[in-house]
Design a protein around this ligand. Structure first.
Ligand code: GDP
Length: 380
């Protein structure tokens, strides 16, 4: 009985709402409302590409330290579109006179040694001292794996959130030479934006260390203790480039092993040829997780900086680097022109075939290609 009453009551209520014109609950059936957003506007918006600012707007943003604008300018550097490349070069030219005096530190070490944890720790320390830090990466592995050893994981979360830090993963495509050039150009923009410390990070497994060495003032190698082979696949050449070797993860039970590794490395370094600067490379232990040894590591880096400045080596090294970059660029530009020349492109397949069929030697084929290129450029 009660159940029936409840249904009846509800029915009365619904009916009153629908039929009683004086009820506040009355909903008139009716006119379909248009969308609050004009569909034409949506279509137009989708078609309109965001306007790219001009080089002066980029310059102003970069000099203001605007990280978004800096990031956009670097994207232009990384782009292969000719229009982007042209604008990027204009921005770089404009930025050149505004560069601050920076200290560029190359950092390498095998994956897992703790590079990003270390950079997070020392970066926070440096920002606390009033510096501005840019972290760039060179990771040619990204070309092969389509993912990057350095760039994939979320790295340096704390630093990325800091207004005085700028973190940029490696450009995701290109040859090592191309990636290195883009990183060098990125350094110019970062220096114009006031980043007085630039870390250039790479993985200690390939050729990229030499590229980083060629753009850094100090080269830092991170290692682990007790991983069996003390050199951990790191080539002797890389050890020889290091101005500072840090044995990371030196905390708790690992401290004695780290100390032992340090003693062995100090000993090994005695047998290395003296460095060009006359600086005696240093070996220390640290823990990026606990922060032990991080402040000391920075002190050694500044000792090196003062040493290199006083001896005139700092300026000489940068000058030598610039000269090498100039000559590398000549090689790169020539090769690029060569491989994009229509006559070379036409001949290359025929000549490859000829070499395969033993019709001529690879050396003769190479000469024929060069002749084809030179005659093409002379007839222009
Ligand atoms: P990366 O590949 O060289 O950049 O190395 P990561 O910074 O990503 O570190 C690799 C792993 O080692 C992570 O799990 C870190 O937490 C850990 N790690 C880094 N530094 C230290 C350290 O000083 N002590 C310990 N115990 N672990 C560390």
């Amino acid at each position: 009985m009660i159940h029936t009453f409840a249904i009846t009551g509800k029915y009365v209520f619904m009916s009153e709402r629908d039929t009683n014109p004086r009820s506040a609950l009355k909903v008139n059936p009716g006119v379909e409302q248009p969308s609050v957003i004009n569909p034409d506007a949506i279509r137009q918006h989708a078609r309109r590409k965001p306007a790219i600012p001009g080089e002066n707007e980029f310059l102003a943003g970069i000099l203001e330290g605007n990280r978004t604008i800096l990031g956009k300018a670097i994207t232009l550097i990384e782009s292969n579109l000719p229009a982007h490349q042209q604008l990027a070069q204009q921005i770089i030219e404009k930025c050149l006179p505004h560069r601050c005096k920076s200290f560029r530190v190359g950092i390498t070490g095998v994956p897992g040694v703790g590079k990003s944890t270390f950079i997070e720790a020392i970066g926070t320390h440096l920002i606390g001292k009033g510096h501005k830090l840019a972290v760039l990466a060179i990771d040619p592995s990204s070309r092969k794996s389509k993912g990057s050893i350095l760039g994939d994981k979320t790295r340096m979360e704390q630093l990325s959130a800091n207004a005085n830090a700028f973190i940029r993963p490696s450009p995701s495509a290109g040859t090592l030479g191309g990636v290195a050039r883009k990183t060098r150009e990125t350094i110019v923009l970062c220096e114009a934006a006031g980043y007085d410390i630039i870390f250039i990070e790479t993985v200690g497994v390939g050729q990229s260390e030499t590229a980083v060495y060629d753009m850094a003032d100090l080269f830092l190698l991170l290692m682990l203790a007790g991983a069996g082979d003390e050199l951990q696949g790191i080539k002797r050449g890389i050890m020889e480039m290091a101005d500072l070797v840090l044995i990371n993860k030196a905390e708790r039970d690992n401290i004695p092993r780290a100390q032992l590794a340090k003693a062995q490395l100090v000993n090994a370094l005695h047998y290395f040829p003296p460095t060009e600067s006359g600086w005696q490379p240093r070996v220390e232990t640290c823990s990026a997780i606990t922060g032990d040894g991080i402040g000391e590591a920075w002190e050694i880096m500044t000792d090196y900086l003062n040493f290199a400045m006083n001896k005139g080596f700092f300026a000489k090294k940068r000058h030598d680097q610039d000269q090498r970059i100039m000559m590398h660029s000549v090689e790169e530009l020539l090769l690029d022109k060569f491989y994009h020349d229509p006559r070379v492109m036409e001949q290359i397949q025929l000549l490859e075939e000829g070499v395969k069929l033993n019709r001529f030697s690879p050396y003769v084929a190479a000469q024929k290609l060069i002749e084809a290129y030179l005659s093409a450029s002379q007839s222009k």
